[in-house]
Design a protein around this ligand. Structure first.
Ligand code: NAD
Length: 353
């Protein structure tokens, strides 16, 4: 079945649709012929409705915290979803070190409430076989790798930060709702996303912003931590394929194969800025090594062969080109992140214990 046919007339509930990845989900869905998109979002500091400007009237927003069980149930009655895409979460590791309670509430209790409401709704509708609940998770639940090897879907869970522990707990709840109740769930785990509209506390936008302003580029520890980077548009195209072609009850790792040290990412940013501003002094002189994050994982890398062979997906962006485009976007959209810096994030160091 073609993607157009699959998505035609579907009603979709997207949690966290005002966030970085959730908004890209809504943007991509708005190009498909879906019937209705309802965004459920608590509108925390990380939310920004400007991410949805290009979607205009193709979605409706319900301001709901997933911790509010009855509001979540009401949202199902209003949205009448065929598909639930669960992207809402507290998502920043450093903030989870400073304030783990929010992560337990949003990521664990919130996911429980969503599953509970989804199961009631799905049962009330006669358990339609086409119903899907996609749970978006992270590679961080597997812990840390050494220099070699990859995580795959059979790797043991070994979360090491309050963030990854709360995501691991949410994964377990989702899987339990499949095994126990046969709720048609799919879980995906993915590496570091990057691209336009990312909240400027995350590595790439933070470094671009600091470099433009001539401020230090703080690299945690020795800067040799390795992450697998994926462009947010590629991640979201994979998520939509997981819904279309994935099997219920399954977990899929979505990986780009683009492993980079934090140091090399920051150097790539500096190189691009230098190309744009050859008159300025070397941006990489601003790199400053700072105290490491407690419990900082050394390396994540994914074996995505199960997902790729199931769906035929591959990423469209190389990291090299994707990083150039992303740096350019932050250079051209300074108004957006400067306003966030002025109003709700003052580039303070988070997550030191
Ligand atoms: P984000 O922080 O940019 O956005 C999260 C959104 O969820 C925000 O709009 C926020 O208001 C909303 N939200 C938070 N708590 C909520 C609650 N209790 N109830 C309702 N809404 C709530 O996060 P993101 O980067 O877009 O990540 C989306 C999902 O993808 C998360 O589940 C995250 O764990 C997962 N993920 C992210 C990455 C990444 O690199 N960003 C990688 C892998 C997986």
């Amino acid at each position: 079945m073609s993607a157009e046919l699959y998505w035609k007339d579907k009603r979709i509930l997207v949690t966290g649709g005002a966030g970085f990845i959730g908004a890209e989900i809504v943007r991509q869905l708005s190009h498909l012929n879906v019937k209705r998109i309802v965004v459920l979002d608590k509108l925390t500091y990380a939310a920004d409705l400007r991410r949805l400007d290009s979607v205009k009237d193709n979605y409706s927003l319900k301001k709901v915290a997933l911790e509010d069980s009855s509001a979540v149930q009401d949202a199902f009655q209003e949205a009448q979803p065929d598909i639930v895409i669960h992207a809402a979460a507290e998502s920043h590791v450093d903030r989870s070190i400073d304030g783990p309670e929010d992560f337990v509430q949003s990521n664990i209790v919130g996911t429980f409430n969503l599953l509970h409401a989804a199961l009631s709704f799905w049962t009330e509708k006669g358990k339609p076989s086409q119903f899907r609940f996609l749970h978006i998770s992270t590679d961080e639940i597997y812990g840390s790798l050494g220099e070699a090897g990859f995580f795959d879907e059979t790797s043991p869970y070994d979360p090491r930060s309050p963030y990854s522990a709360s995501k691991a707990a949410s994964d377990h709840l989702v899987k339990a709702w499949w095994h126990t109740y046969k709720l048609p769930v799919i879980t995906t785990n993915c590496g570091n996303n990057y691209g336009p509209w990312q909240f400027p506390e995350k590595l790439i936008p933070l470094m671009v912003a600091n470099a433009i302003d001539g401020k230090p580029l703080p690299l945690y520890g020795d800067g040799q931590q390795v992450r697998e980077w994926i462009h947010v548009t590629d991640h979201v195209s994979a998520l939509l394929l997981a819904i279309e072609k994935g099997s219920t009850g399954e977990t899929y790792l979505i990986g780009s194969g683009e492993e980079k040290t934090n140091r090399s990412v920051v150097e790539g940013i500096c190189d691009r800025l230098h190309q744009k501003h050859p008159d300025k002094k070397t941006f990489s002189d601003l790199i400053a090594y700072v105290q490491d994050r407690p419990g900082h994982d050394q390396r994540y890398a994914l074996d995505a062969s199960k997902f790729r062979s199931k769906t035929g997906w591959s990423p469209k962006n190389t990291f090299e080109q994707g990083l150039i485009d992303t740096v350019d976007w932050y250079v051209e959209n300074q108004l957006w992140w400067r306003q966030i810096q002025a109003e709700k994030y003052h580039q303070e160091r988070l997550g030191i214990f």
